[in-house]
Ligand binder design. Sequence first.
Ligand SMILES: Nc1ncnc2c1ncn2[C@@H]1O[C@H](COP(=O)(O)OP(=O)(O)OP(=O)(O)O)[C@@H](O)[C@H]1O
Ligand SMILES: [Mg+2]
Length: 1010
Amino acid sequence: MTTPADRYASFRERQAEPENPEFASFRALYEFDFDDFQVAACGALGGGNGVLVAAPTGSGKTVVGEYAVHLALAQGRKCFYTTPIKALSNQKYADLVRRYDSQTVGLLTGDNSINSGAPVVVMTTEVLRNMLYTGSTALAGLGYVVLDEVHYLADRSRGAVWEEVIIHLPESVRVVALSATVSNAEEFGEWLDQVRGGTAVIVDEQRPVPLWQHVLAGNRLYDLFTDDEHTRVNSELLRVAQRDTWIERKAPGRPVRGGRRPRRFPLTYRPDVIARLDASGLLPAITFIFSRAGCNAAVEQCLHAGLRLTTPEEVEVIQRTAERRTADIPPEDLAVLGYGEWLDGLRRGIAAHHAGMLPAFKEVVEELFAAGLVRAVFATETLALGINMPARTVVIEKLDKWNGETHANLTAGEYTQLTGRAGRRGIDVEGHAVVLWQPGMDPGAVAGLASTRTYPLNSSFRPSYNMAVNLTGWAGRARASALLESSFAQFQADRGVMGLTRQVRKNHQVMAELAAAMSCEKGDFAEYAQIRRSLSEREGDLSRARATSRRAEAAKSLSLLRPGDIIRVPGGRRAGLAVVLQPGLHSARGSDGGNGRQGPGGYRDHGHPGNGRAEGGHAADDRTFTGFAGPGPLVLTEGRQVKRLAVADFPMPAEVIDKIRIPGSFSPRSPQHRKDLAATMRNRLDSAGPGERTRKPPGTPRSRGGATPRFQRGATPPDPPGDDVAELRRQMRRHPCHDCPEREDHARYAERYMRLRRETEALERRVAGRSHVIARTFDRVCRVLERLSYLDGDTVTPDGQRLARLYSELDLLAAECLRRGLWDGLSPAELAACVSALSFESRQADDAQPPRLPKGPVPEALAATIRTWGELDQLEKDNELSFLREPDLGFAWAAYRWARGARLESVLDESPDLTPGDFVRSVKQLIDLLDQIASATPANPKTPSPDPSAPADPSAPAASLAPADPSAPADPLAPAASLAPAASRTVAATARSAIEAMRRGVIAYSAVAD
Ligand SMILES: Nc1ncnc2c1ncn2[C@@H]1O[C@H](COP(=O)(O)OP(=O)(O)OP(=O)(O)O)[C@@H](O)[C@H]1O
Ligand SMILES: [Mg+2]
């Protein structure tokens, strides 16, 4: 038996054998020895397979991607290397150009297009997806596609792109998927294998640099675990927690009197933390603070505290680097960008890193941090995504973060991702994760986060409008639907139903056995059992209905009582005779006592605490039946007790036996009065004769209201006789199985059979709900698109072809606005303002500040845009979809001003919530959408461009939707087919001008951005 190590050694030798010359020459490019997982993954790739590599951050997955590049070049084929982030693409491009040359390597991101026909092209994943849909000629000869950071597939807004790429790539392309560690890599790999063919799954869970976990409380750094397996939590730390809780309970904020009171750990001051780490040799460190303002404040605090982490020589280098890398920034913008403070921090080796910063500043921070010159970075969690910026130590300030709605606890997955930055391969022997002590912290919970290493990769795929037109144009509806069935989303949904399906199968087996056991030679027992079941169901219904109506009658009869009525309380603790002192609280006085006699409380009072719950809690239920909302009547019983009755005391309606007068002076509290009244009641009944004490037939003259007895007046009519019950009984008796001597044995099996059948049917409904869930959504999306004439069966209409070029989240709204000509005739800046409503989304929820808008046509154009959104939103609702968020006007003013040439300073001044980083990113996103609009609108070769001056073609798709009657109100969703081409050509030109106008200054020089 060979050990894994032996097997690995021989595997490694085989890899190095001369028949693998490619691998040998590739290895020679590196100074380090490859890890097992790298060798295994390269082996799979060399053997003609695709590969999924799931390994921790910083473990060296890139090597596998680079081998794909190497193989492609050796085979004279192409390799596309995709990343989710432009900055990563830029980084990778630079790396590969260094290894090969700028002829061999190209770059394609939204911002850059360099040598796009090269054999190796680095690109963002979106670019590749778009190439696939447009059938780009660049795909010819493609041999390998590297999907770096493929776990982005789970990203809510962008994840679908990865699935589209994986599904749509030509079969001959080998996919190299590089992922952070996920707990379901095997499942993901199985799916890849299913859609792409031969895919090796290489999972490596070993961190390349071991991680030590600590908690910093006060000035002391505690180890979180005391064993290597990370199972035993440090008992000292547990004591710290106990002490903390104890102090909190004993002396919460009590003033110190005389002697010393044990103190809780103060919240650690950020500069002290950094100084403490510095003293222990734990810098460079990244401190994660989950707010941008918090990161900026931390830098300020450190500067204020006079912290300095750099030598004079290092200050020199930092200053030079920062100046060189920002040389292109117009000097007049520097102040508004906070250049001075930023540089101040840098020179001391301290910086922030978050999405609110100018991308150029962020890049300098990254570069200086990698060079070990900046040694303390305060970052939001965006740093943990994608950017390669390892540190010796990662500090986590808090274990919860504000997610916009609540303080959410950090998940184990997030904790892993953040601490994944700790430990630089080849530099640090070990990495460190430091959690800062917080009052009330539970070390066990921290340990839980720290020892759960992985999180599952779940698909976030859903068909979008853009995807639907692209797919339909590319493959037709039926095939498109089939393609979507092969998505990871459906794969996972099917996995989920697998357990259910298994249960359904098992149930069917048991049902077959039961069916055999209940089979009767006299006849069809299943049929007989069904009759019995219907019979008992029907009987149940009837008895429930009777009970309900009895309660209703009782409640009604109570509501009709008057003071002085002598009644018989039929059951319960107060059974016997009683005289009514006060009617029920809500029995309407003086009304006719007929139907509909709901007191003013009725249903409306339902839920008022205490109301109607007078006795035994029944009254509240009773109201539901009758509207008799209040407590029942107050009575004096034969036993001289004053009691309030409830409907529950009346299994049958209250019966008025007689009536006496209650003296006006009567007081329920007076024993004498009670005694007298009880005597009056007794005398009255005695004088009426002995019969009165027993049940009195209805319809006697004493019943008030003439011939009809009162309780009947208020009663609901009885149920119709159960004719069907009689019929079912007859059927049952006539059935041949009825006389079978084993009838009851069979019936027991039949009972179990039917119960199981009901359960199974419910399971089958659940399975059906999840089966084909993606294809069904796709159908709904197509229904919307057909309704709006973007699709016509398998045909993508010219409008649909335009939609195919709009990849924005609000794809359909953009297409609809263009088609309706809502943005026609605007100036470039006005168009920028309007389009920004689709590309921009505020970070904060609406703060009720009315957005500032330019004068002129913009307000009306935006109002029309929002109206259009409203119509589409309704159409989505009608089709059980909800993809389109509401347009956001929060950036319109800034976009307008920037496109009009305003200075950065004044634009930022006028939008105080906007940081330079937000501004740059938002303008870039706006440019992106304007670019799509510009390229979507000109007549493309596939799009017939009808003569705009010609009247609308009645046979055009629009006609089928337009109302036949010309006087009928115009359908707001019917396309105005005649509007599109001419108008949108000018929109395209305007969009291009707007892009031109906005690509200046701060936007132009930060081309390398995320
Ligand atoms: N076998 C190896 N021995 C030593 N160093 C290595 C080895 N493989 C890779 N490295 C180095 O480790 C560092 C991190 O590698 P890489 O960026 O490929 O990690 P990664 O797995 O892609 O991480 P991430 O999940 O952050 O993208 C690089 O500097 C790389 O040169
Ligand atoms: Mg990587």
